[in-house]
Design a protein around this ligand. Structure first.
Ligand code: FAD
Ligand code: NAD
Length: 427
């Protein structure tokens, strides 16, 4: 049993949705494109799962956050795919891939062949079992990667109102889920191994602002340690977590966000890999010229960083790498190498920040942390390499993005600190 398509997108997440839109805008015929996804719904804006989806009142639900609403573009409902002649093969896992034969084998036993393949398999949450902790498959322990996880998290949260949660991991999931749990009237103890939250990006000073805010919302912090085991009731529920430092925390539920691994497994040994992902060139093309990779799974050269290869785990990168791959496929002569400015953001409680570029070099903080109007520049060899801003306006965010994009020259660090945002507006 088999079907053949000109273009196949493997994976049905953010990147798949934006790639589909780009294919349609550039003009494909009905029956040429197929998207295969393990998930049972059409591509959606994954960031909603830790934000609007978890709100206690009027939560976001599909279809309202199908791609590509996150970039103020069309909302691609299943009807849109039908009307554009795109085959959505949902609820279907691809079990193996053969890039020489140009075929994919699904778990249902179907062989799907392609002329051009776009790999958009994203990533999976790392499980505690990978750190020798057993029992994270308990009913009230939640990870958060897909819609099924988010729906389960909502159910568990609703059964715990007024209770205690332990959040494990000090990154994005920890930060956004802690805020969501608090909004849902759950008391949170946030446990992570680092000295402060968001260690991959925040400076200690930036982290202090958010941690103080979280404390004012009643969040309890336990830093510098990890979870070593769970205590259970007689059934499948966790009742407490035990930490490496010996502490025992009673828990009605646990949320775990300890990082991700890119879903590269189908292509190991077939395509070149780098930075834990599939290595691509500036046109998102892998070491096999018929295969492209985009989104969280792709490791691509960033012109702004001297073509240093990075694998980014953020939605803006998924959207733009996907569109760029399609441009390179459909208009190869007109499409050069992607010139991407890395962009990360988050929204928690009433706070909201954006970051552009790379957090390398010396940091200059500016503004007033006590009032929540502050930011930071990262300066390397006299040039702005990264910029962070809390509670900025659109114009302010555009200004810091431009300062990074142009790697603005810094002559005097003390002056940069004094000028703060003004510096960016002068670039
Ligand atoms: P994904 O969106 O993960 O999609 C991958 C798809 O491939 C999935 O549908 C998966 O089921 C499918 N798949 C994988 N393997 C197979 C297979 N073998 N067969 C069939 N299908 C397969 N980034 C931000 O910048 N800002 C945010 O606020 C933000 N919030 C986030 C909140 C959450 C809860 C999560 C989990 C991530 C968040 N991110 C955020 C990160 C962002 O969502 C990702 O960078 C983005 O989704 C990556 O897109 P992708 O298409 O590469 O992968
Ligand atoms: P992360 O990489 O942001 O953070 C992982 C955290 O887990 C770190 O604090 C790390 O110190 C900690 N950790 C690592 N090993 C641990 C262990 N054994 N025990 C306890 N803690 C451990 O990853 P995440 O928070 O799980 O997020 C998953 C993915 O989702 C990331 O790709 C992230 O970019 C994405 N995401 C992004 C956003 C956003 O951009 N706003 C929001 C949510 C999720």
């Amino acid at each position: 049993m088999g079907r053949a398509f000109v273009y196949v997108i493997l994976g049905g997440g953010v990147a798949a949705g934006y790639a589909a839109l780009e294919f349609v805008r550039r003009g494909i015929s009905h029956g040429e494109l197929c998207i295969i996804s393990e998930e049972s719904v059409a591509p959606y804006e994954r960031p909603a799962l830790s934000k609007g989806f978890l709100l206690p009142e009027d939560p976001a639900r599909l279809p309202s956050f199908h791609t590509c609403v996150g970039a103020n573009e069309e909302m691609l409902t299943p009807k849109w795919y039908r009307e554009n002649g795109i085959e959505l093969v949902l609820g279907t896992k691809v079990k193996s891939a053969d890039v020489t034969r140009k075929t994919l084998l699904t778990a249902t036993g179907e062989t799907i062949s392609y002329k051009i393949l776009i790999i958009a398999t994203g990533a999976r949450a790392i499980k505690l079992e990978e750190f020798e902790v057993r029992g994270s498959d308990a009913e009230n322990v939640c990870y958060l990667r897909n819609l099924a996880d988010a729906s389960r998290l909502v159910d568990v949260m609703r059964s715990c109102t007024g209770g205690n949660a332990v959040v494990v991991g000090g990154g994005y999931i920890g930060m956004e889920c802690t805020a969501a749990l608090v909004k849902n009237q759950i008391k949170v103890t946030w446990v992570f191994p680092g000295k402060h939250c968001m260690g991959r990006l925040f400076t200690p000073k930036i982290a202090l602002f958010y941690e103080d805010y979280y404390k004012s919302m009643g969040v309890n912090f336990i830093k510098g340690t990890v979870l070593t085991s769970f205590e259970n009731d007689s059934g499948r529920k966790v009742t407490a977590v035990v930490l490496k430092d010996g502490r025992r925390l009673p828990a009605d539920m646990v949320v775990v966000g300890i990082g991700i691994r890119a879903n590269t497994g189908l292509f190991e040994g077939q395509l070149n890999m780098d930075k834990g992902g599939i290595k691509v060139n500036g046109r998102m093309q892998t070491s096999n010229s018929s295969v492209y990779a985009v989104g969280d799974v792709a490791a691509f050269p960033i012109k702004l960083f001297g073509n240093d290869v990075r694998r980014l785990e953020h939605v803006d990168s998924a959207r733009k790498t996907a569109r760029h791959a399609v441009a390179a496929i459909m208009a190869p002569r007109k499409t050069g190498d992607l010139d991407y400015l890395p962009f990360f953001y988050s929204r928690v409680f009433t706070l909201s920040w954006q970051f552009y570029g790379d957090n390398v070099g010396e940091v200059v903080h500016f503004g007033d942390l006590s009032s929540g109007r502050f930011g930071a520049y990262w300066v390397d060899q006299g040039r702005i390499m990264g910029a962070f801003l809390e509670s900025g306006s659109r114009k302010e965010y555009e200004a810091i993005a431009k300062a990074v994009k142009l790697k603005a020259t810094v002559e005097d660090m003390a002056k940069l600190e004094r000028e703060g945002l003004e510096f960016a507006f002068q670039v």
